[in-house]
Design a protein around this ligand. Structure first.
Ligand SMILES: Cc1cc2nc3c(=O)[nH]c(=O)nc-3n(C[C@H](O)[C@H](O)[C@H](O)COP(=O)(O)OP(=O)(O)OC[C@H]3O[C@@H](n4cnc5c(N)ncnc54)[C@H](O)[C@@H]3O)c2cc1C
Length: 380
C-alpha cells in the first residue's frame, strides 16, 4: 500500500475503508478494481484476529444447527475461493498457502461418535459434501492418526489458506491497485472525507458504529515438524474425549493447533489452554508430541448476537450518516473474505444490495429495524 499521513493524495476519496484486516483489505482491493479512489485507515494492518487465525475454509465442518443462512453464505464464499486465490497469486506472485487436500473429522470414543453423527446427519440433510468413513478407511487416508481413532468423515470441499500470507498478498495487491493507507486509527467516522465510508475494523467496529459486536477470545498454537515434514496432509478436526480441537498442516512444516472459544476479550495465553489443546491434539495424532512448540497466541474474534456477520448499509446513531458495515465475521472471516469483498464493493459502487445479504443486515438486532422489516419485508 502507498502510505501517507492523511487522506487521499489527490483530493476527496470515493471510498474510505476503516480497518486493514482481510475483510477491509479485500473490500479496498475490490473497490480499487472498480475504479473507485480508495483509502484504507489502519495503524497496524493485519494485526487483528487474522494474525493468529488458522485459515480453515470450512463451510461444511462449520455448519451448525439453526445457522442455515450462514451456511449458505459460507458455501457461496468458499466457492469463490479458487478464483480469488488464483487472482491474488497472479497479481502479486505470492504464495498464500491455499491448499485443497480436504478435511477429515475424527472421533475417538463412542460418545464422540454419537455427538459427531448428529451434526453429520444435519449436514447431510443440507446436501453438503460429506462422506462418512470407518476407522480403517480413515487410517488409510492418514496413517499417522492414533490407533484409537474410531470413525470419521471426509469433507473434500473444506480447504485452507495461510491468513498471514493472505494479508501480506492483499497488502501487495492494494499497493499495485493504488490504494492509499493512512496509518492511524479512526476514532469518529464522521471525520472521514469520502463519498462512502466502510467500517471493517473487526472488534474495533463496536465503538465506531454502536453495533453489538463482542470479543470472543481464541487461544491457538503453532508447532513445527522435525525437518519441516508434517506427517499428515488433511486438516484434521477432532472430537477427542469430548474436547474439540483442530490441526492444520501447512506446506512449510507448520501445524496450527486450535482453538479455545471464550466469552472474554483479553489476549492472555493460559497454561491450562495450552495443556488442553496439546493433549487433545496428541490424542488424535501422537507424533505431534515430538514437534517443536513455536508460538502460543490469543486474539479476539468479532462476534455478534447470532454469530453471523453484519453486512450492508447502516445509519449512524449521532449524525444519521449512512455507512457501509462489514464486520462481525466471528469464526469465519477468512473463508468469508471473497464474498464480503465482492458484495460490499458492489454496494460502495452504487449497486442495489444482493439478496444474499438480506439475512445479514447490520441493524437486524434493533427493535425499530425488526418492526420495519416486518412491515416492508424488503427482501422477500
Ligand atoms: C484463534 C482464531 C482462529 C481463527 N480461525 C479461523 C479460521 O480457521 N477460518 C476463518 O475463516 N476465520 C478464523 N478466525 C476468524 C478470523 O480471524 C476473523 O473472523 C477475521 O480476522 C475477521 O477479519 P476482520 O478484517 O474483520 O478483522 P481483524 O482481522 O480483527 O482486523 C481488524 C483490523 O481493524 C483494525 N482496526 C481496529 N480498530 C480500528 C480503528 N478504530 N481504526 C482503524 N483500524 C482499526 C485493526 O488494527 C485490524 O488490523 C479465527 C480467529 C481466531 C481468533
Amino acid at each position: 500500500m502507498t502510505a501517507t499521513g492523511s487522506g487521499h493524495a489527490n483530493g476527496r476519496a470515493d471510498v474510505a475503508v476503516v480497518g486493514g484486516g482481510p475483510i477491509g483489505m479485500g473490500i479496498a482491493w475490490r473497490c480499487a478494481q472498480r475504479g473507485l479512489r480508495t483509502v484504507l485507515h489502519d495503524p497496524a494492518p493485519g494485526s487483528g484476529a487474522s494474525s493468529v487465525a488458522a485459515g480453515m475454509l470450512a463451510p461444511v465442518a462449520e455448519s451448525h444447527f439453526g445457522e442455515a443462512e450462514l451456511t449458505r453464505l459460507l458455501v457461496d464464499s468458499a466457492a469463490r475461493w479458487p478464483a480469488f486465490a488464483a487472482e491474488l497469486t497472479a497479481v502479486t506472485g505470492q504464495d498464500i498457502g491455499y491448499r485443497t487436500d480436504g478435511t477429515l473429522v475424527v472421533t475417538l470414543t463412542g460418545d464422540d461418535q454419537r455427538e459427531a453423527h448428529r451434526l453429520w446427519a444435519y449436514q447431510q440433510s443440507l446436501d453438503l459434501p460429506i462422506t462418512l468413513l470407518r476407522a480403517t478407511a480413515l487410517r488409510e487416508r492418514e496413517p499417522a492418526l492414533a490407533p484409537r481413532a474410531r470413525g470419521g468423515a471426509l469433507m473434500p470441499d473444506d480447504h485452507q489458506v495461510d491468513p498471514r500470507r493472505l494479508v501480506a498478498a492483499l497488502d501487495t495487491a492494494l499497493d499495485r491497485a493504488g490504494v492509499t493507507v493512512v496509518p492511524q486509527p479512526v476514532t469518529d467516522v464522521s471525520t472521514l472525507d469520502a463519498q462512502v465510508v466502510v467500517v471493517a475494523a473487526g472488534c474495533g467496529s463496536a465503538t465506531l458504529t454502536g453495533l453489538p459486536i463482542r470479543p470472543v477470545k481464541g487461544q491457538i498454537l503453532r508447532l513445527r515438524a522435525p525437518a519441516g515434514a508434517v506427517g499428515f496432509r488433511h486438516v484434521i478436526r477432532g472430537y477427542a474425549d469430548g474436547r474439540h480441537v483442530y490441526l492444520v498442516p501447512r506446506g512449510d512444516g507448520e501445524v496450527v493447533v486450535g482453538a479455545t472459544v471464550e466469552e472474554r476479550g483479553d489476549t492472555t495465553v493460559t497454561a491450562g489452554a495450552v495443556l488442553e489443546l496439546l493433549r487433545a491434539a496428541a490424542d488424535l495424532l501422537p507424533e505431534i508430541a515430538e514437534y517443536e512448540l513455536v508460538e502460543a497466541r490469543a486474539a479476539a474474534r468479532p462476534g455478534t448476537p447470532d454469530n453471523a456477520p453484519l453486512l450492508g448499509w447502516h445509519r449512524m446513531p449521532g449524525d444519521g450518516r449512512r455507512v457501509l458495515v462489514a464486520t462481525g465475521h466471528h469464526r469465519h472471516g477468512i473463508v468469508l473474505t471473497p464474498v464480503t469483498a465482492d458484495l460490499i464493493a458492489d454496494l460502495a459502487a452504487g449497486a442495489d444490495p444482493d439478496p444474499v445479504l438480506a439475512p445479514f443486515q447490520p441493524g437486524r438486532f434493533t427493535a425499530a429495524t425488526r418492526e420495519n422489516a416486518r412491515e416492508k419485508e424488503p427482501w422477500s
